[in-house]
Design a protein around this ligand. Sequence first.
Ligand code: LLP
Length: 434
Amino acid sequence: QGTMRINDKGHLEIGGCDVVDLAASLGTPLYILDEALLRQNCRRYYQAFTGQNENDLVLYASKAFLVLAMARIIQDEGLGLDVVSGGELAIALTAGFPAEKIFLHGNNKSAAEIRYALRCGVGRIVVDNYYELELVERICGEMALKAAILLRIAPGIEAHSHSYISTGQVDSKFGFTMENGDALRAVKKALASPHFELKGVHCHIGSQILELEAFRLAGRVMMDFLAEARQRTGWTAEELDLGGGLGVYYSEGDDPPTIEEYARAVKESVADKCREHAFPRPRIIVEPGRSIVSPAGTTVYTIGSMKDIPGIRKYVAVDGGMTDNPRPALYQAKYEGIIANKAAEEAAEVVSITGRCCESGDMLIWDLPVPRVEAGDLLAIFSTGAYNYSMSSNYNALLRPAVVLVLDGKADVIVERETWGDLIRNHRLPERLL
Ligand code: LLP
């Protein structure tokens, strides 16, 4: 996908940059971000939503990956941002992102974060629960302002990669429960407050969803709710935010819908219900994270030690692991990869890729067919753009890798590799230990 190819040296090339050269100059592990593919995904989303209905809005979900350069690209491409913390908000604002195109999410925002967001003039605060409804109201009172809000609702749909169930998911920490009347009470409460401008509702049914039917169901359930709310209160919602969740290809068997198919499914399900309830079509908002940035990311590692247990398995260790990509350890996520400096060679053995952390669970890929590998070879793992850098850690006092943005043969570091100094910077030695 994207600008990836095998060049005439038999090396993997991304964005016109030879991955072997990038590794030599910038070191490994290294996250490589393909700017052309990233922008293309943004444009496809923009076209499929805002391009068709100028009121509709695509918010990139920062949690997938947000650094200054990323915020600039998202802004460039005309998308808004979904942030979930003061930290994500600070990154966005530091990059110069327009506050009115930022939505603040989160199930436990602090008073300080809410004040910060209101002071900066964020577009919407997505209120998650009663505690927060009261907190935001109190803060608006103190600041003598009115906040434009959405209410997050748990629509009782849980979507998995390959299946979904439409009942039962009342047991979620996020949002006002729809089934027991909580959500409707929250609507009434918000409408009654002079400090809120209730714009609409929000839901997010899950992530890495590969079936459109789950999204259609969410659209229908939420529209039914809005129709009911209108009947009970006379309030006509202007906005329906359906969250993110579109899945991506990671490994064999993953067959995600395209961005365009997703957009069509979402919009049709809302339109059908608008017709049924004679409800004015709300502004549709979506919050994709993974499907924008995941395919644009590749991680490159250097291969080091190997352990062959004849007849059982050959372990091949790389210089990163669960610290830069915790997803296999956390979710049994499957990835594909190739040997970047032997990209044109035939597979000769099957190996299992392990990280360098002191954990048996620190595996990146089980049973990967590769050419004959030796220490010093480079392993490239694909589709690591989302929830890798953003979920990385310093376990074992390992350093977070650099992130390099590649485009047309140019490579720009957008996050420097950490140093041991970074690790120790916040440590303090009390006087009695000196
Ligand atoms: N909006 C809300 C309110 C969300 O909670 C999320 C993701 C998104 C949007 C973006 O969803 P996406 O389009 O990226 O699926 N760490 C996990 C994923 C957690 C997603 C949490 N919420 C992983 O690595 O798979």
